[in-house]
Design a protein around this ligand. Structure first.
Ligand SMILES: NC(=O)c1ccc[n+]([C@@H]2O[C@H](COP(=O)([O-])OP(=O)(O)OC[C@H]3O[C@@H](n4cnc5c(N)ncnc54)[C@H](O)[C@@H]3O)[C@@H](O)[C@H]2O)c1
Length: 434
């Protein structure tokens, strides 16, 4: 495949500058300053085996595929309150203030653009740093102007947009989402089924900028925006960063299935106290998240193929807003399994995780890989990036692949394919034949 070289600078445009975005941006600044390491990032720390095991070729991913280096990244974004990135990072309190002090200058220089916001879509929030316009098309045009201003100010030839904004209320695909023509008419008519996150995505795709969706909202997962992505040769990906409890679920359940152990119940509950937790306290936003979290098990376990093992599974997910915990979530799983002759057993998982610490490296990898996809002329849904998402986008005729290890193989084989290396099947019989 022909791959364009990375541009000198890569603009990273983020609607929603909260806990995840600030942890990502401050993290990149800390890594650039040499005071922290990019732990959790596949592009920065992961390796990829090439050729036969006897060849010993195992480069780090960033040395194998042409990606931007961290100092090339330039950040910009939108939110609904007027704070700079340093103030946001201090307020969200994920990273220590002593660390933030060391990278205060670049964070303070990052100003926040006025957001496109409608409280009907995030009922728990209100902001005073919000754009006004005569209709949704007018708001989209203002976002396009913001992006163009950012590009000319920072001279970023390449750019990526990644939604790190709050989870919006549950929306189903409807007529206005079905074609680009309907969607553009809906923008002009202020159609109530067009969410703010869709307006940012529309603006990015209009300008040929790849878009990723870190939350479970529909956003770019609608035919109208897929059509725009295809027309403008733009890669898109989503939805909902795979962190915390769902990450554990997609690690554990493939293992249980691989050993043909049955499951009849999986109860997951969480407490978290950040703003994301507060937003998810609204039942309509929780419904969007719940849909995204529930799909995982059924898709991995395939009860239609293994009715005796997985047909009667009772799967429940709960999220409870509990302010004292801040961003340090606790997720409990009780898994009722059964083995040989149907004898029951239980597994308990108690994951004391840090949500944004798990999400930040995903943001970094997605930004770098989406720009790689654009330079490789890959357009539309990037299924190979499913590895990073709870609810991966796919073509309508395909079921999503949730198994973390299948997703990993898909991602690495895609990188090998892009670089013209042999795909790895793990067959290995040739080592044993003369
Ligand atoms: N932290 C994780 O591990 C994780 C995992 C998966 C998904 N997510 C999703 O990522 C998103 C961000 O999570 P977070 O913990 O940073 O939440 P957060 O509440 O700290 O940040 C979200 C920010 O988005 C802003 N916002 C909301 N609507 C906006 C709009 N229309 N335009 C501009 N800004 C807007 C809010 O004001 C807030 O500052 C959420 O949707 C969350 O569900 C997070």
């Amino acid at each position: 495949m022909q791959i364009q070289e990375p541009s000198e600078k890569l603009g990273v445009l983020i609607p929603g500058l909260g806990a995840v975005a600030s942890t990502f941006i401050a993290g990149v600044e800390a890594i650039k300053a040499g005071i922290a390491k990019p732990i959790g990032s596949m592009t920065q720390m992961g390796t990829i085996r090439l050729g036969k095991r006897t060849e010993n070729r195992v480069p780090v991913v960033k040395d194998f595929v042409p990606l931007n280096d961290l100092p090339d990244l330039i950040f910009g974004g939108w939110d609904i309150n007027e704070e700079n990135m340093y103030q946001i990072a201090l307020r969200t309190a994920v990273l220590k203030s002593t660390l933030l002090e060391k990278i205060r200058d670049p964070l303070e220089n990052l100003s926040v653009m006025k957001g496109v916001f409608d409280n009907q879509f995030v009922k728990k929030l209100n902001g005073n740093w919000v754009k006004t316009g005569k209709n949704k098309m007018h708001l989209a045009e203002q976002v396009i102007d913001d992006i163009q201003g950012f590009i000319s100010e920072n001279k970023t030839e390449a750019n990526v947009m990644i939604w790190c904004g709050s989870t919006e209320v549950y929306l189903q695909k409807s007529v206005v989402h079905s074609t680009l023509k309907n969607f553009e008419r809906g923008l002009k008519d202020d159609n109530p089924h067009i969410a703010p996150s869709m307006i940012y995505a529309y603006a990015a795709l209009k300008l040929g900028i790849p878009f990723a969706n870190g939350s479970p909202n529909l956003t770019v997962d609608i035919p109208a925006l897929e059509e725009l992505a295809h027309n403008n040769d733009v890669p898109i990906s989503g939805k909902d960063f795979k962190t915390g409890q769902t990450l554990m679920k997609t690690i554990l359940s493939p293992g249980l299935k691989a050993r043909q152990l049955g499951i009849n119940g999986w109860f997951s509950t969480n407490i978290l106290g950040n703003r994301d937790g507060e937003v998810l306290d609204d039942p309509d936003s929780f419904k969007t998240k719940e849909e995204s979290k529930l799909g995982v098990l059924e898709s991995i376990l395939q009860p239609e193929l293994y009715p005796e093992l997985y047909q009667d599974i009772y799967h429940k997910v709960r999220i409870n807003y509990y302010p004292p915990r801040g961003d340090n979530k606790e997720g409990w799983d009780n898994i009722d399994i059964f083995g040989w002759l149907g004898y029951p057993m239980q597994i308990k998982v108690d994951f004391l995780c840090r949500d944004s610490i798990l999400a930040a490296p995903i943001v970094l990898d997605l930004v770098l890989f989406l720009d790689l996809a654009r330079r490789t002329k890959m357009k539309g849904i990037q299924e190979w990036l499913s590895f990073y998402f709870k609810s991966p986008m796919t073509l309508p005729e395909l079921y999503p692949e949730h198994d973390l290890f299948v997703q990993l193989a898909k991602l690495k084989n895609t990188l090998r394919h892009i670089m013209g290396e042999e795909l790895i099947t793990h067959l290995g019989l040739d080592y044993y034949t003369e």
